[in-house]
Design a protein around this ligand. Structure first.
Ligand SMILES: [Zn+2]
Length: 189
């Protein structure tokens, strides 16, 4: 595996591959609440069950409403995000998911562009510019990893490689695809 990311073209191919795996109904339709995003994040991060980031024990418990886990082996307390790319982030996971979708859409459609800008993200997500800038940097770092990293795994459908779609296309899909086609056509002129 290990795709070559040294040229702008191969980086662009990477973004296009991620784009093809975005859920057609949009990330916020699939994971509409913070709770849904957190559940998804936990499932992807720990597919074999919540694991202590300090000692790797699977003997963990839950401390209720504050969404804190504790380790029965070493007593470490941690959240879903502790020790991950989203460690100590004050930005909701829901906004991480939406920002990642925006970044993939933007980069797959504009060859060589590094959008969306920090200002675009700030306006769309309703967070400060510095939070948006930092979020973009962290998410891009994840998404550039093979398969899209932890953030990519959270929001993208599995790459089956055979082009099979699990869900029939909707009119909204067709509009999105048409928009993407127009953008690509304009780019090539
Ligand atoms: Zn532990």
């Amino acid at each position: 595996m290990g795709s070559d990311h040294s040229s702008p073209k191969s980086i662009h191919t990477h973004w296009e591959e991620l784009f093809k795996r975005l859920p057609r109904e949009g990330v916020s339709a699939v994971w509409p609440t913070e709770a849904a995003c957190r559940t998804r994040f936990i499932e992807v991060r720990w597919p074999d069950g919540v694991t202590c980031p300090a000692c790797a024990s699977k003997e963990t418990g839950h401390l209720g409403k504050r969404h804190t886990f504790y380790c029965k082996a070493c007593r470490h307390q941690f959240s879903a995000q502790s020790g991950s790319v989203a460690h100590r982030s004050h930005v909701a996971l829901q906004l991480w998911f939406v920002a990642a979708e925006m970044i993939i859409r933007s980069r797959a459609n504009f060859l060589g562009a590094d959008g969306p800008s920090g200002h675009d993200l700030k306006d769309r997500l309703g967070i400060s510019y510095s939070a948006a800038y930092k979020l973009k940097k962290l998410i891009v770092g994840e998404l550039l990893q093979p398969g899209g990293g932890l953030v990519g795994e959270c929001i993208l459908t599995k790459d089956t490689g055979d082009g099979c779609e699990e869900r029939p296309r909707t009119p909204e899909d067709e509009i999105k695809e048409l928009e993407a086609l127009i953008l690509r056509a304009n780019r090539r002129q």
